[in-house]
Ligand binder design. Sequence first.
Ligand SMILES: Cc1cc2nc3c(=O)[nH]c(=O)nc-3n(C[C@H](O)[C@H](O)[C@H](O)COP(=O)(O)O)c2cc1C
Length: 298
Amino acid sequence: MKNSLREILGSEHPVIQGAMGFVSNPELVAAVSGAGGFGQLATIFLEDIEELRRQVRRVKALTSRPFGANLFAKQPLSIDFARVLAEEGVRTVTFSGGSPKKIAPLLNDLGINFIAVTATVRGAVSASESGAAAVVAEGSESGGVQGYRGSSTLVLVPQVADAVDIPVVAAGGISDGRSYRAALALGASGVQVGTRFIATKECIAHPTFKEAIVKADDTSTEVVDLGSFCLRALVTKTVELISKSELDPSALFVPEKIRKGWIGGELEAGLFASGQVAGAIKSIKTVREVIMELIGEP
Ligand SMILES: Cc1cc2nc3c(=O)[nH]c(=O)nc-3n(C[C@H](O)[C@H](O)[C@H](O)COP(=O)(O)O)c2cc1C
C-alpha cells in the first residue's frame, strides 16, 4: 500500500511551500507549517552544512509542526545536507533539478521520504521507480529553474497522475482557491506553491521583490536561458538586456547576486525568479490568509 500525501507530509493541509533559495528562510517555513501547510527550507545556495543545521533548529524552535527541506541535484553538498537533515529528524524532503536515482538509496538508508520534483511524465515514472514517495509535477508557468521543453501545469498534471501510482502534487500557477481546486480536479492530491508565498508578510524577501510581484501582470515574467537550464524570472532591465544578447547571464545566477537582489532589493543585481502567477497576486497577505484562501476556508 502506498502512503497518502497526508501521511507523507504529516501536515493538516496538502499545501507544500515550495523551496525558494534565500527566500524560504526558517521564519517563512515555520509560518507555513504553523498554519497547517508543509514549510520547506531550501539548500540550493547554502555553502555550509552547519548553516542548514542552524536553520533546521531555528524552525524547530518556532514550530512543533512537520516541515521539510529541498535537496537540489546540482548542489555539491546534497549528500552532506541529507545526513544533517536525518540527524535533525527531518523526515520528508523534495528533490529537484535532476534524477533522484543516485541519492535514493542513501535517503532510504537515512529513513527520509523523498518527493521528486519533475517537469515531465518520464521524470515522474523514473522517480517513482527509484522509490519516490510522491512527485511534484511542476508546470512551465512556475517560478524558478526550468527545462527547455516543459508543459504547463494544466497539460502536465493529468498525464503524470495517469502514469504513476504514487501521490501527485501540482506546482506552477497556484495562488488561490480556484487554482487549488483546479489542481485537485486534474488529479493532484495537493499543491506546491512558490510565488504566492513571496508576497506574504512573513517572507524575508525585500519589499522591492514583493512589490514587483504585486505590480506584475500576466506578461511580467520571461524564461531566461542560462546556458544549461532556464529560469522563469520577472522581466527587469537585466532580463531585457539578456534577451537582446547584450548581457551574459551566466554570472548572474550565483548566491552573492541572488542575495543582493532577493534580500537586498537591488533590482538589477540579478534575476528574480517568479511564476507567471505573479499577475494574479494583488496584495501582500499573511501566510495563514494565503493557506486559508487556497483550501477555501474564510
Ligand atoms: C524565487 C524562487 C526560488 C525558487 N527556488 C527553488 C529551489 O531552490 N528549489 C526548488 O526545487 N524549486 C525552487 N523554486 C520553485 C518553487 O519551489 C515552486 O515549485 C514553484 O515556485 C511553483 O510555481 P509558482 O511559482 O507558480 O507557485 C523557486 C521558485 C521561486 C519563485
